[in-house]
Design a protein around this ligand. Sequence first.
Ligand SMILES: Cc1ncc(COP(=O)(O)O)c(C=O)c1O
Length: 430
Amino acid sequence: MLSEETVVLDQSVSNSSPDSRSPQLDLSQIRNRFPILSREIHGHPLAFLDNASTTQKPDSVIQAMVDFFQQSNSNVSRGVYTLAEEATENYEEARKTVAKLLNAVSEDEVIFTSGTTAAVNLVAQSWASQQLKAGDRILVTEMEHHSNLVPWQQLCKQLGIELDYWTIDREGCLDLEELNQLLSENTKLVAMTAISNVLGSINPVGEVVKRAHSIGAAVFVDAAQAVARMPIDVQKWDCDFLAFSGHKLYGPTGIGVLWVKQEQMQKMSPWQTGGGMISKVDRQESHWASGPAKFEAGTPPVAQAAGLTAAIDFILETGFDSITRHETELTQICLDKLQSETDVEIYGPTSMESRAGVVAFNLRGVHPHDVAQVLNESGIAVRAGHHCTQVLHSKLGLQASVRLSVGVYNTEEEILRLVTSLQHVRDLLK
Ligand SMILES: Cc1ncc(COP(=O)(O)O)c(C=O)c1O
């Protein structure tokens, strides 16, 4: 469990109880903005409860991409004609919007990638492969998604580096006392998720950064789950790298972000080379462009950038206070209901104090895939499997789990429908 001191020091990452002063969402107005929510599945209204996997898209995101293709479609940073200028403007606007979302010092700290996975690989190859050497250590947590684990494993093999694990406690939280023992002068990087995609645990990023920096280690933050659930301030966290995917933020697939602190970006050399990332090419030598372009070889996801801008605008207009309040209330209802079922095992923190809107569970005696399949018969979309966290599942003594994850458009009725439908699962399979 987090110490009280930590909660006080790092309030930006605490959910606490729903703040009754936060404005309540106008749910019907929000739901009307998501065309897919009017779908029926097997004769039931769709209850999309797999938001940790990907989120649905509001009308403004869809329209922004349609508008781009219908009005401004062109490549970026190359042409001098009107469409090319508009496409470039649109792409650079997205960079500014991301900088605003993260409170970055400058948009020059924002590199576009294809997603979180690509961002982790970029840091591994462009920064870590140059900065780390045999004998150094990388620290990850046991709850990392494979995206923030496998690239580090590969790098460790390549360079002869040790990979250390920060274990989770019985509640699925990280113990800062243990961190002090794990950090050594050889630790050069801590790679951690801000929110677990299975346990829902909210991790004390700011405090980790302080401790890691005090021994000279850099910190990479996987914000894939956090970005749509809590305000992120990279200056406040003071981390070195932070990544997220557009599609988990009500935006399109195919675009993600790697934010890099300027002093670290100066140490990075390009991983992928080619067009768009050079300043000059001679027959035998090439010179790199400055700023983020150096890491964006080839044609970037231009239409997706338009969608990402619209998605961030949607989130900021809706407001994190309201989003957090809504998701916390729904998750609390879900936990209360599931905890009262004697054959349901829930993983992760029991209190919403350190948990976001993700709930992994198992119905004793029924395979998670069967649970998800029967729920689908009632129009309920949840995920079953290891959720790309096999190390975590092994630690929990599991092969797989069922996971529901709420988003801005989910309703109490959907949560209650899921709980009721579990009875249907029991009737059929137990
Ligand atoms: C915590 C976390 N990190 C990384 C990823 C990978 O994201 P992507 O597949 O968009 O690269 C996910 C996706 O589920 C995730 O939940």
